[in-house]
Write a protein that binds this ligand. Structure first.
Ligand code: SF4
Length: 289
């Protein structure tokens, strides 16, 4: 395998390039996944069964009114580009409707590609930071390895043991987070600042954190559902796996928040004053909030 060196600049471009392109996907998120009816999705849908709203050209019949019709989850989901990769590269542009013999395999490959893309996004973001040479080299190796995997054929992808990749990558992301947040703390605060930083997995559901200074906090896996984070300073915060559903981010500063995903942002509430990291887009449903 190539020992390609990925620079911080290239890593940033990789992270920014991870965007869904629904025009080049055969409606995989609307077909492959198993969805249980909830406040996010108005009906049950079995894995491998197309959603009733999916049209023959793979567009969504209710695209402009998803939230009003009880399909909020569809405005949150983001495959990061895994859908078009499976459609156009792994299966060479073969449409599963015209080639039903490939459908089942394509639907099983999609969630695997999604997981690879998710890890690539985290690794690319990590590599975009200023880190020690040894940590950068380890992240680089993992990123090149995953990129190589995304180009493999379907049977190889189906045989991947994901935990074999997830565990070492998680260790590297933890190390990256610690390093970046340590730097942030020493640069951003005076030395008398003794506040707590570790809130990993904290239950702050519905908590009022308006105007708080949470810079450089570790909010990995935190439960922030419907928390009030209005005007909260969240720079340098690690958000991996945090649940931000309906959290209020109006006016919050997330400009240098770490490992924040488009799905987390899509699931929260914000406004034109919320400051987002460069690689994330302001959700259209935030307009007018
Ligand atoms: S409602 Fe539309 S976007 Fe959501 S799964 Fe169905 S077809 Fe896809």
């Amino acid at each position: 395998m190539s020992e390609e060196r990925i620079t911080g600049y290239t890593a940033k471009r990789i992270r920014e390039s991870l965007q869904a392109d629904c025009q080049n996907c055969f409606g995989l998120c609307c077909t492959a996944l198993n969805i249980v009816a909830s406040s996010d999705f108005a009906m049950n849908k079995a894995a491998g069964t197309p959603c009733l709203n999916l049209q023959s050209d793979y567009s969504c019949q209710i695209h402009s009114s998803l939230r009003e019709k009880g399909f909020k989850g569809c405005t949150v989901f983001d495959c990061l580009g895994a859908g078009q990769m499976v459609s156009q590269s792994t299966f060479n542009g073969q449409d599963w409707r015209k080639n039903p013999q490939i459908a089942a395999k394509m639907f099983r490959v999609f969630p695997i590609m999604e997981q690879l893309y998710e890890m690539i996004a985290y690794l690319a973001e990590a590599l975009s930071y200023q880190l020690s040479l040894s940590l950068s080299e380890k992240l680089n190796r993992q990123l090149v390895q995953l990129q190589h995997l995304t180009n493999q054929e379907a049977d190889i992808l189906l045989a991947i043991d994901m935990t074999k990749y997830r565990m070492p990558i998680n260790e590297l992301l933890l190390e990256t987070s610690q390093h970046i947040r340590n730097n942030f703390m020493s640069n951003a605060f005076d030395t008398k600042n003794k506040r707590k930083y570790n809130y990993r997995g904290v239950d702050w559901i519905g908590k009022n954190l308006k105007d708080e200074d949470l810079r450089a906090a570790d909010l990995r896996g935190a439960y922030l559902i419907a928390a009030n984070l209005q005007n909260t300073d969240l720079r340098g915060v690690d958000f991996i796996g945090a649940d931000l559903r309906d959290a209020v981010l109006s006016g919050a500063n997330l400009s240098t928040s770490m490992f924040l995903t488009q799905m987390q942002i899509n699931s929260a509430k914000g406004n034109s004053k919320t400051i987002l990291p460069a690689h994330l887009k302001r959700p259209s449903h935030w307009l007018g909030q």
